[in-house]
Design a protein around this ligand. Sequence first.
Ligand code: ADP
Length: 407
Amino acid sequence: MLETLLIMTLVALLGFVFLQHRQQQQALRRQEKRNREVRKEALRERDQLLDALGDAFLLVNETSHIVFANACARKLVKGRRLMGRSIMEAFLDDQLSVAIMKCVRTGKPMQERVTLHSTYTPLGSAGGQGGSAWVIDAAPLASHGDAALTRVVIRDVTIEYQADQVRRDFVANASHELRTPMSIINGYLENLLDDDVLEEPVMARKFLGTMRKHGQRISRLVEDMLVISKMESGESMVLNQEAFGIDDCVQDVRDRLESMISHQQAQVVIDVQPEALQLTGDRFYWTQILFNLVENALKQNPRHGLQVAIKARKDDEVVTLSVCDDGVGIPAADLPYVFKRFYRVEKHHSQSGIKGTGLGLSIVRRAIEAHGGEIRATSVPGQQTCFTITVPEGEGHSADRMPDSAD
Ligand code: ADP
C-alpha cells in the first residue's frame, strides 16, 4: 500500500517536472521567436535607413565577401548580384576592389580617391563621358558579434572631379595661350636690343609690328578670360532685365566693326522682323553675342565681298536670331567643338596669323544659356555657315544668373 502511494507520488512528481519543463521550453521558444522578430525588424529598419543613403554602402566580411549592399550600391552595379560575392568579383575595376581589400586585410580605416577612365564605371564596362571619380571610405566595425565586418562607403564625386578638371584645363590652356605670344615678344625684344636691330629701322619696325600684334593678342585673351570668369562667378553675374531693340544692338555691332567691314568690302544684310524687334534681357551681353558672331564671320574670311546676314524672327513666343556668312565655313569634324573654350579650327589658324583666342564662342554660348536660350552651328564650307540662336521671348525676366555648367 505504501509502495503504491510512493509510486503514485513519484509519477505525479515526474509528471509535474515534465509539465514544468515543457512549459519552460515553450516559453523559451516563444521568447526566441520574439527575439528573432525583433532582430528581423531591427535589420529591416537598418536596411531601410541604409537604403535611404545617397552613397553606396557595403558590409564586407573577413573573407572579403559582401554580406550587405544598400540600394545605392545595387544601383551602382546596375542590378548585378552583390550579396555573397567577393569584392573582386563584384567590382570589375581593380582600382576600386584593391582599395577596399586594403582595408579588409589591414583592418585599418582608409579613405582613397579613385579616378576611373571614361570607358570604365565601377562595373568595369563602358560608361559616361569624361571619366568618373569615387571616394572609398572603409573602416572595420568596432564589434559585431564573432564576425569581423568592414563597412565600405563609395561616394560618387564625379561632378566635383569634372568641375576641378575644367578649372585645371582652363588654367593650363590659358597659361599656354599666354606663353606663346609672351615668348614671341620677348624673343623680338632680345633681337632688337642685343642684335643691334634698332640700327636698321625697316627691320626694327617689322619686329615692333609683330610685337604689337602679339601684345594685342595678350590683351584680348585677358579681356575674354575676365568676361568668362565674371560670367562664372554667380555673385557678380546678375543679368539686367530690360526690354531693348535688337536693331540697336545690331547698329552698335556695325559701328564697332565698321572699319573691318569697309576694309573687306563685306556686305552686312540686316533682316529683323518687326515682331522680333524687342527682346528682354541684358543688352550688354546681347551686343557682345552679336559682336562675337559677326566679328568671327569677318575675321575668318578676310577676302573681299563676304556676305553676312543677320536675321531675327519670332514664332510662338520664341525669338530666333541668326548670323550667317558665305565664307570658308567650319569642317564637319570641328563643328561639335567650336563652342569649347580655346578651341580653334586648326586649318584656319595654321594658314594665317593671329585671329582670336578660342574663347569667343564659349562666351557667346554661356551668355545665351544665361538668358534661357540655346545656340547651334551649321556649316557647308564655302557656301553657308550659320549660328542660330533660339530664346524664349520673355525668358530674360527669369534668367538672372549665369548657369553653373562649364564646358
Ligand atoms: P576665336 O577667338 O578663335 O574666333 P571662337 O570661340 O570665337 O574663337 O571661335 C572658335 C573657332 O571657330 C574659330 O577659331 C574659328 O576657327 C571657328 N569659327 C567661328 N566662327 C566661324 C565662322 N563664321 N566661319 C568660320 N570659322 C568660324
